[in-house]
Design a protein around this ligand. Structure first.
Ligand SMILES: [Zn+2]
Length: 338
C-alpha cells in the first residue's frame, strides 16, 4: 500500500499506514487523556500526538491571564484532547476567555465548538483562511474520504476519525473566527499580553503564531512540526519567510504544532533542515535522498520511538514527490483555498 493521504484535514496521513498494522482491526478503548505540563510561568502545554490508526492532534497551549482566566491556543481533533483542556480549566475553577487558532487544519480547531459551548463568552481569534478552506481543501476532503468508510477499507478507529472529521467540516461555520486576524497585532487578555503574528501563504494561506513576551515563549503551530513538515496546503516561500520572522523574535522556548518543545538551537536545526529539504525538492535528487537528508538532520529532534525515523522518511518522500514536485514546487492548494 502506498503512503496515500486520506486528504482529510491535512493529516499526518502516512503515519498510521506505516507499521501500525492495518490488519489488526479490533476496536480499542479511547486513549487516555494527555496531561498538562507547566512549561513557563502561567503557561501550560497539553501535548498532542499521533496514535496508531488515528489522525493526529496538535499541541495545545494554555496561557494564564490572571484570576483563573485562560487563553487556549489550538483545540485538538479528538474528544479526549478537548476533555483534557476542559478538565484543566475546570480543576482551577477557571474560564476560557479566548481561543487562538494557529491555522484551520482539523487537528487544531475541531475542539472550538465544544469549548465555546462550555464557555460561551470565549472569542475565537484566527485568520480568515478557513473560509476558502471550507469551500476548497476541506470540501474536497469530504468527497474523497467517503470512499474509505466502506467496511474493511480502513481500521475502525481511522474510520471513526474520518466520520468525525466529516461532521466537523459539515459544521464548519462553527470553526470560523469571531475576531479575524487580518494582520499582526498585540492583544491584552487580562494580564497576559500576546503578540499575534500573521504569516500569509505559509503552512496555510493564513497562519497565526503567538509570541508571549513575558515568558519569551513562541507558539508556532504547524510552521514547525515533526517528524516532517506537513506540506499538504503549503506555500513554501511564505513558509520560509515565516520561519525567518520566528528566528528574529527573542524567544527562549518554542512550542511546535506537533512534537516536543524546542530551544533556539533546536529550532535552528529544524529551520536549516527545512530549507535544505525545499532546496532538495527543487533539485534533480531523488525523493529518497531528500527524505534521508531531512531525517538525518532532524534525528536529534525526534522522540525515542524508533518508528519516528521511519515515519519521517516515508512522509517526507510523499511530500517531496506527490505534493511539491507534482505541483511545481508548492502544494496544489497554495493560493487556491489552502
Ligand atoms: Zn497539525
Amino acid at each position: 500500500m502506498s503512503a496515500r493521504p486520506l486528504a482529510i484535514g491535512a493529516a499526518a496521513i502516512a503515519a498510521w499506514l506505516l507499521g501500525t498494522g492495518f490488519a489488526c482491526a479490533e476496536t480499542t478503548a479511547a486513549p487516555p487523556q494527555p496531561v498538562a505540563e507547566r512549561i513557563a510561568e502561567g503557561v501550560w502545554l497539553i501535548p498532542g500526538g499521533i496514535l496508531p490508526k488515528r489522525q493526529p492532534d496538535g499541541n495545545t497551549i494554555l496561557f494564564g491571564a490572571g484570576r483563573a482566566r485562560f487563553v487556549v491556543m489550538d483545540t485538538g481533533r479528538h474528544a479526549w484532547h478537548r476533555a483534557a483542556i476542559l478538565d484543566f480549566v475546570r480543576a482551577r475553577h477557571g474560564t476560557i476567555i479566548a481561543i487562538v487558532n494557529s491555522h484551520w487544519h482539523l487537528d487544531h480547531v475541531s475542539g472550538n465548538p465544544e469549548l465555546k459551548r462550555a464557555f460561551p463568552d470565549a472569542r475565537v481569534y484566527a485568520s480568515r483562511a478557513i473560509d476558502s478552506a471550507l469551500t476548497g481543501f476541506l470540501a474536497r476532503s469530504v468527497e474523497s474520504s467517503r470512499q474509505y468508510l466502506e467496511p474493511g477499507k480502513l481500521p475502525p478507529e481511522t474510520q471513526e476519525d474520518i466520520r468525525n472529521d466529516i461532521a466537523t467540516i459539515e459544521n464548519g461555520a462553527k470553526l470560523r473566527p469571531d475576531v479575524p486576524v487580518d494582520g499582526s497585532l498585540s492583544i491584552s487578555f487580562g494580564r497576559r499580553v500576546l503578540r499575534l503574528n500573521l504569516a500569509r501563504d505559509a503552512a496555510t494561506a493564513g497562519d497565526v503564531w503567538v509570541y508571549d513576551a513575558a515568558t519569551r515563549t513562541a507558539v508556532v503551530g504547524d510552521l514547525v512540526t515533526l517528524p516532517a513538515p506537513f506540506l499538504d496546503t503549503a506555500c513554501p516561500e511564505g513558509w520560509r519567510r515565516a520561519l525567518a520572522q520566528i528566528a528574529a523574535s527573542p524567544f527562549i522556548a518554542l512550542v511546535p504544532g506537533h512534537g516536543a518543545r524546542m530551544d533556539r538551537g533546536q529550532f535552528a536545526t529544524y529551520r536549516a533542515a527545512f530549507e535544505a529539504l525545499l532546496d532538495c525538492a527543487g533539485s534533480a535528487r531523488s525523493k529518497t535522498e531528500c527524505a534521508e537528508a531531512w531525517t538525518q538532520s532532524v534525528t536529534p529532534l525526534l522522540g525515542p520511538d524508533p518508528g519516528e525515523r521511519r515515519r519521517s522518511q516515508a512522509m517526507t518522500e510523499y511530500y517531496v514527490e506527490e505534493v511539491l514536485r507534482a505541483n511545481g514546487g508548492k502544494s496544489a492548494y497554495c493560493g487556491h483555498g489552502g
